[in-house]
Design a binder for this molecule. Structure first.
Ligand code: 6PG
Length: 465
């Protein structure tokens, strides 16, 4: 038995992660039904003499026990099919690590099913795309702690590093790894939407060319907004279409797609009754973008808007920084709630720490989030940290100027607008929600609580008039 670890699914992600492991000196192998993928693996991994299998029995019997298997196959029924194929070939104590973007409820089910067979099932979120897998991703493994210790050295070695700290940590039991990756993606959707809205403001509100926008993003990325998403976005603005030599961005349809992780984050937030409006707007706006024909016809009906506004780039930068902080804060808040609800015992400071490198939402600001939770790991909301409060206070004036100017000019900025109004609500001691309680009691005798005495009350509202 030669190999320490086997990869199932040798698409780009699987191959790259395997090559990364081989670079770090681990003896690894891979399996794929498709011979072409094996040829690719063996070519790319020539210097490490990497070998792949198209026969699953031979593959399994080449692994040291307890066997460690990583699945990098598309989420959904394929994961169940692979598990069914594997089950008869495995022995008690073997570890299966599903590294796709599986829904955490599927992971819960699989953990339970496989536990009965004496097998350890791990849900591990991996972020960083193809580059990340090859040279250092951020990894979010959740499952049985003892089994984790078997693979820890491999994960520590292949993960991205931030000042020599690996961007991987044991997340928690059950499906917590996939849950945390899902919320990572929710934040990813929010930041992408905010950047897209900034693009709309710069282009339509301020009349900036793609080259001008490149310069703005490039400059911002040198400061406190430094992040992977802003960095790649700047590059998009100067990328030319090889055929026409025009800016490729201008040739792309304005209809955004998604695979579902953002929607799942919103669904769970509703389930847990924990509001994440910036993420929700990001999900909704991808959906709204798909109604192209309707948008075209309604623009005709209502007339094209004069979008010119008068805001400074500094004010816009403040609005973006404020909203970015809020998007992370909402995601972290959801993690705090889920940790209680599902008994994940999440260590928020560890999660912020492993998101500082390798993943799609890596950003300079994650260092501030890490520091805030490191100081107080039972912090309920990021807005409760004194350092974050100081930052937010300095951004508010620019944020309000930018957002009100956009609203007056008719520029659609759903994520920005809802972020600010979320902030204004969550920082209000007395909301108008007493009225909701009165209305509910009026028409449905749903009762209400009072501020001046304990207990549950009902009023005979009809008599009042
Ligand atoms: C990552 C990404 C990656 C992928 C998602 C989102 O962290 O590396 O989140 O997992 O980009 O699948 O894709 P959609 O935008 O298609 O939902």
């Amino acid at each position: 038995k030669q190999y320490k670890l086997g990869m199932i699914g040798l698409g780009t992600m699987g191959r790259n992660l395997l090559l990364n492991m081989a670079d770090k000196g681990f003896s690894v192998t891979g399996y794929d039904k498709d011979h072409k993928m094996i040829t690719k693996l063996e070519e790319e991994g020539k210097e490490h003499h990497l070998k792949g299998f198209a026969n699953i029995e031979n593959f399994i019997s080449s692994l040291q026990t307890p066997r460690t298997l990583i699945l990098l196959v598309p989420a959904g029924p394929i994961v169940d099919n692979v598990i069914a194929e594997l089950k008869p070939l495995l022995s008690k104590g073997d570890i299966i690590i599903d590294s796709g973007n599986s829904h955490f409820t599927d992971t819960n089910r699989r953990v339970d099913e496989l536990e009965k067979e004496g097998l350890h099932f791990f849900g591990m979120g991996i972020s960083g795309g193809e580059e990340g897998a090859r040279f250092g991703p951020s990894m979010m493994p959740g499952g049985d702690k003892q089994a984790y210790n078997v693979v820890k050295e491999v994960f520590d070695a292949v993960a991205a590093k931030v000042s020599s700290d690996p961007c991987v940590t044991y997340i928690g039991p059950g499906a917590s790894g996939h849950f945390v990756k899902m919320v990572h993606n929710g934040i990813e959707y929010a930041i992408m939407e905010l950047i897209a809205e900034v693009y709309g403001v710069l282009k339509n509100g301020l009349g900036y060319s793609n080259d001008d926008i490149y310069k703005v993003f490039k400059k911002w990325n040198e400061g406190r907004l430094q992040s992977f998403l802003l960095e790649i976005t700047a590059e998009i603005f100067v990328f030319k279409d090889t055929e026409t030599q025009n800016d490729l961005l201008d040739q792309i349809k304005d209809e955004a797609r998604s695979k579902g992780t953002g929607k799942w984050t919103s669904e769970v937030s509703m389930e847990l009754q924990l509001p994440i409006p910036t993420i929700n707007e990001a999900v909704s706006n991808r959906d709204l973008s798909k109604f192209k024909k309707l948008r075209v016809s309604l623009e005709e009906a209502f007339g094209k808007k004069e979008n010119q506004i008068d805001v400074s780039i500094d004010d816009l930068e403040n609005a973006f920084y404020f909203s970015m902080i809020s998007a992370y804060a909402q995601g972290m808040h959801l993690l705090v709630q889920a940790s209680k609800e599902y008994q994940y015992d999440l260590q928020l400071q560890e999660i912020a720490k492993i998101w500082r490198g390798g993943c799609i939402i890596r950003a300079k600001f994650l260092e501030d989030i890490y520091q805030a939770y490191d100081k107080n790991n039972s912090l309920e909301h990021l807005f409760g940290d004194a350092g974050i409060q100081q930052i937010i206070k300095t951004t508010l004036s620019g944020t309000r100027k930018t957002i009100s100017a956009c609203i007056n000019a008719g520029i659609g900025i759903p994520a920005f607008a809802s972020t600010l109004t979320y902030f204004d609500t969550i920082t209000t001691a007395r909301m108008p929600s007493n009225l909701i309680q009165a209305q509910r009691d009026f028409f449905g005798a749903h009762t209400f609580e009072r501020i001046d005495k304990d207990g549950v009350f009902h009023a005979d509202w009809n008599k009042l008039s």
